[in-house]
Design a protein around this ligand. Structure first.
Ligand code: SF4
Length: 73
């Protein structure tokens, strides 16, 4: 599994992650992105898991986030 980390407090709501990995991201009513499935939260961070088969689209969401708040490992 892929570990996904998102510093939601710094999101600018640009939709890039949603466009590149729509099965992992959504835009909430406050205009900021969230993972569709959050495994846990800590401080201002969201954490989730991704399938290895989805690595390409998750990497696209990392590379296209203009404020660099998504990471995968
Ligand atoms: S790409 Fe980054 S800044 Fe844009 S909506 Fe997604 S998490 Fe927020």
């Amino acid at each position: 599994m892929i570990q996904i980390t998102h510093k939601r407090s710094d999101c600018i709501g640009c939709y890039a992650c949603v466009e590149h990995a729509p099965s992992y991201w959504k835009i909430d009513e406050d205009g900021m992105a969230s993972l569709l499935e959050v495994t846990h939260r800590h401080d201002q961070m969201e954490f989730g898991k991704g399938y290895d088969a989805d690595r390409d689209e998750l990497e696209q969401s990392v590379e296209n986030c203009p404020v660099h708040i998504i990471s995968i490992s």
